[in-house]
Design a protein around this ligand. Structure first.
Ligand code: ZN
Length: 81
């Protein structure tokens, strides 16, 4: 029974910054820029900056127009610009 419980906990644990998101889209936040009238697809901030793939943070998404960072985490909505 404990193994089953562990599995449930694992399932609900949010993906870490080092874990690529399924489908290359944010998992916990909207994949579109929330700024009114923008609606652009969010991209990984590090990818936009040309950071090498192994050091990319997969939880930092940004709008190519606004360069505002949105953290892909279930409890965090918007971080700093
Ligand atoms: Zn935008």
């Amino acid at each position: 029974m404990y193994a089953a419980l562990r599995k449930v906990i694992q399932f609900h644990r949010p993906l870490g910054p080092d874990q690529p998101r399924p489908g290359g889209r944010p998992k916990y936040i909207s994949p579109k820029c929330p700024v009114p009238g923008c609606n652009k697809d969010l991209v990984l901030d590090d990818e936009l900056d040309g950071v090498s793939p192994e050091s990319v943070f997969h939880d930092e998404w940004t709008c190519p127009s606004h360069r505002e960072i949105f953290i892909d985490h279930p409890t965090e909505q918007v971080a700093s610009a």
